[in-house]
Design a binder for this molecule. Structure first.
Ligand SMILES: Nc1ncnc2c1ncn2[C@@H]1O[C@H](COP(=O)(O)OP(=O)(O)OP(=O)(O)O)[C@@H](O)[C@H]1O
Ligand SMILES: [Mg+2]
Length: 281
């Protein structure tokens, strides 16, 4: 099993409609299939989209609104919902369709960070599907809270210019650019990796092609995971695996780094005490 626990990854984009929800949903299905207990929070303040993407129907009583406003910590978690038929490791939290538009208009930063903290402790991996604008409090708090940000752009100059603008903002709020994993979705070959690097000084970690086949509505209501198998499906799943690899590379480095330094420390301690050290330790 992959060694990952209490990690928070935000899926965000500098422009709306570029595929955050598609990527969040597929990444969640992917990690849950790897036996990682996965929570996904759709932090959209107005209308939910993650439950439909994940085929999870939230019952009336479960909602992001309840989770944010409840006084009991345990009720934050009971508002997450899962579809055991699809995957028992996958839980989602979002506004319920019964909620009114702008129901979270008065939510405070403290309510959001409490929700994130409690949720983080419950899952191996928590994914946040964020609204684009950082003027949205849910987005701002989510960006600051996440260990890594998966920034999604589409293959379009507007996306790139918007990303460049936002990178200045990230610097202002002390989010290091090394914590951003850049994904290009809806690739149609207009922008190259070099051009993106020239403008944003950032490599592209994964590319997902433009394909109507990925759009549920155009695919007999089925997601790529339900469909499975075709070359196009495999292309999306491979890109999702690439993103996950980027998220885990650092985990491995971190562990190895720690191992190395503990080993070094033990080595010097043993040396000081006049004893040898074995590589098998
Ligand atoms: N690679 C792709 N190829 C073709 N269509 C795509 C691709 N990725 C996403 N789409 C479609 O683009 C539309 C927007 O995608 P999605 O809802 O995931 O974007 P979003 O960034 O979450 O949007 P919002 O900002 O509204 O939350 C959807 O209809 C989705 O199916
Ligand atoms: Mg979305």
């Amino acid at each position: 099993m992959i060694d990952m626990d209490k990690r928070v990854f935000a899926i965000w984009s500098p422009k709306a409609g570029v595929g955050k929800t598609l990527i969040a949903a597929h990444l969640a299905r992917y990690t849950a299939s790897k036996k990682l207990l996965t929570g996904v929070i759709d932090l959209n303040r107005q209308s939910p989209s993650i439950p439909a993407a994940l085929d999870i129907k939230l019952p009336r009583e479960k909602s992001l609104k309840e989770a944010l406003y409840t006084e009991r910590d345990s009720e934050v978690i009971t508002n997450f919902h899962n579809n055991p038929k699809s995957n028992e490791n996958l839980f989602c939290l979002a506004l319920n369709l019964n909620n009114k538009i702008d129901d979270l208009f008065e939510v405070t930063d403290l309510q959001i960070s409490r929700l994130l903290q409690i949720s983080k402790n419950k899952f191996n991996l928590l994914l946040l599907d964020l609204p684009t604008s950082y003027f949205e409090l849910t987005s701002y708090e989510g960006l600051k809270f996440a260990d890594k940000i998966i920034a999604v752009i589409d293959n379009d100059y507007n996306s790139l210019v918007a990303l460049k603008g936002y990178l200045n903002f990230f610097t202002e709020i002390n989010i290091p650019h090394k914590d951003i994993i850049l994904v290009m979705n809806k690739d149609m070959g207009l922008l190259s990796g070099e051009e993106v690097y020239k403008v944003c000084n950032m490599p592209i970690a994964a590319v997902i092609p433009y394909s109507k086949h990925f759009v549920k509505d155009m695919n007999e209501g089925k997601s790529v995971f339900d469909n499975g198998g075709s070359i196009r499906d495999q292309r999306l799943i491979r890109s999702i695996a690439d993103i996950f690899k980027q998220l885990t590379i650092e985990e491995n480095h971190k562990d190895k780094g720690q191992d190395k330094s503990t080993f070094k420390m033990r080595f010097y301690l043993r040396k000081l005490m006049g004893r040898g050290v074995s590589l098998n330790e």
